[in-house]
Design a protein around this ligand. Structure first.
Ligand code: C5P
Length: 241
């Protein structure tokens, strides 16, 4: 096996014989609060690989260019080689997480129109939320690219919200990452999974039981594996319809 090009908290990226293609491997490792909390969620890598593969295909069918090529094993996918833009683009439909903590807005409050936020992807700095001026100052993306990221994030939100609704899941919020290919074209990249989305089961009214995402790990709510497996089951059923 070739040496990793990059090892992140949840995935490992490898080069392949084709310079235009990378292979990503999904780990069971889980981190939260900028890696201050660490653990393992057994079977998570395989679930996140499968969920991401489904969602990238759903998005591609709707015209959202993304890095996904194919799933090649339980935990691996082939993707277009991109250089990740060091921004985390978060879209919020309902208030949760850091938005509640930083603004006092009650959890579950509808956010309409959805909020798009840019965070600097930098673990050492704790992934700070950027203002538009700081975004311009840092020059990690051109103004045109930022506009494109904002539009693409909202388009992904519309498509994923509709898809998850059909699964009986509310898409509360999520984080996207994008990359540039060798031609400089921006592609949606990374993963879209219960690690990177807040997902609430519409069948459940209990505010803790309805959580099907990494908040179960962050908040020590238990049944983390079962929640991830439920997401895969609902997504698979819907994707095969
Ligand atoms: O923590 P916060 O409320 O800002 O997270 C918003 C969304 O972005 C959540 O769905 C969370 O899982 C995701 N996120 C992520 N990776 C990060 C930060 C947030 O996937 N580094």
């Amino acid at each position: 096996m070739s040496a990793p090009l990059y090892e992140g908290k949840a995935k490992i990226v490898y080069a392949t014989d084709d310079p235009q293609v990378y292979r990503t491997y999904f780990k069971d490792d889980a981190t939260a609060f900028n890696a201050q909390k660490r653990g393992q969620i057994s079977g998570k890598g395989a679930i996140n690989c499968a969920v991401s593969s489904y969602l990238f295909r759903v998005l591609a069918q709707a015209g959202v260019t993304n890095h996904f090529i194919e799933q090649i094993s339980e935990r691996e996918m082939r993707v277009q080689a991109v250089e990740i833009v060091p921004l985390e683009v978060v879209v919020r439909n309902l208030a949760a997480g850091s938005l509640c903590k930083q603004t006092g807005i009650a959890e579950g409050t509808a956010i309409a129109p959805p909020l798009v936020e840019f965070y600097l992807k930098d673990d050492a700095l704790g992934d700070p939320l950027l203002t538009p001026d700081r975004l311009r100052l840092l020059q990690v993306a051109t103004e045109a690219e930022v506009q494109h990221l904002q539009g693409a994030a909202l388009q992904v939100n519309t498509l994923l919200q509709a898809f998850f609704n059909r699964c009986g899941i509310t898409l509360v919020d999520f984080k996207l990452e994008f990359g540039r290919d060798r031609q400089g074209q921006i592609l949606l990249a990374d993963e879209i999974s219960p690690d990177t989305c807040r997902l609430w089961d519409q069948q459940e009214t209990d505010p803790e039981k309805r959580i099907l995402d990494k908040d179960r790990f962050r908040r020590d709510l238990g049944n983390v594996e079962a929640a991830y497996a439920r997401v895969l089951e609902l997504v698979t059923q819907q994707a095969e319809l």
